[in-house]
Design a protein around this ligand. Sequence first.
Ligand code: CP3
Length: 341
Amino acid sequence: MIKNDLFLRALKGETVDRPPVWMMRQAGRYLPEFMALKQKYDFFTRCRTPELASDITVQPIDIIGPDAAILFSDILVIPQAMNIEVEMKDGIGPWLPKPIRSQSDVDQVVIPDIDEELGYVMDAIKMTKEKLDNRVPLIGFAGSPWTILCYAVQGQGSKNFDKAKGFCFTQPEAAHQLLQKITDTTIAYLKKKVANGVNAVQVFDSWGGMLSPVDYQEFSWKYIQQIVDALKDETQVIVFGKGCWFALQEMAASGAAALGVDWTCSARNARYLTGGNITLQGNFDPSRLLSPPSDIKKMVKQMIDEFGKDRYIANLGHGILPNIPVDNAKAFVDAVKEYKV
Ligand code: CP3
């Protein structure tokens, strides 16, 4: 039994004394303990070495004390396993030397055997579970098929993912084939993660908000819905679509246990659009963690009052930024833990 199961209870919609809290991208970036490991091992070595990945996953639990852990890994291990080369370059971020630009490129993309290509993730899960020793639940994750396509086609991060969108709009058949291959791989991958011990999964649609509402349905949501359908009887699924407030109503009817909200959507709007019955997660502006800790505490109290303490998971509206002082991250988590109605 997990000792602190507040996060799982909030996902089920149970009444709680205070909401649970965790932070997207809490493993790494701003923690000096993480930066020390970063000096020694390159990014994918950290992902592929279960000893390192599990240590990094547990660091924020020991240092900051959130109510859930998220496995240290990356959404881009999926395209890597599908025969798409992915590098992580200092100062640039993800770098794909041979981006997907044609039907024949899509034909080269494989649906891998998960144990063979991603067994290291499963080993990291098992080792993390041991190190967590049932203190808090462990979240597994994957990128949405659209967000993975963004990197696979663009070849790197982008302000507008113009090449990814251009590919979808000029070669829709090839794009849909690629999205389906990613979807099939992601479903098999997340099912294995659940079988190996993660307690919930989150789908990150970080670039869903790049699409118009109509294109979002066709190129992103359709595939996320397949993932939710395939996973919802085995685990609790959280869908986080950055900039996707326009799709919240549909998301609420999808079978997902919870929906992530970014800071551009008010709590009131998010509750209104989702009908008030589903667990919501978010939505503190990550840059607001630069405010003095006393301001952070006041704003967190206000945020919980607006969402309501039940059916709510306190989180940021996107990943924590690298330049956040550890004390400020801790103030955020502490403020949720100190919450009283
Ligand atoms: O939440 C966690 O702490 C778990 C670890 C995690 C990482 N990436 C580690 C990481 C998670 C959940 C991700 C997901 C991820 N990766 C997303 C979706 C979430 C989001 O932020 O929108 C995306 C879009 C990526 C792709 C990616 N990986 C980018 C754009 C970058 C470079 C920029 C940056 O620093 O985030 C990465 C690298 C990466 N992934 C780092 C970490 C800790 C930093 C690089 C390093 O440590 O060497």
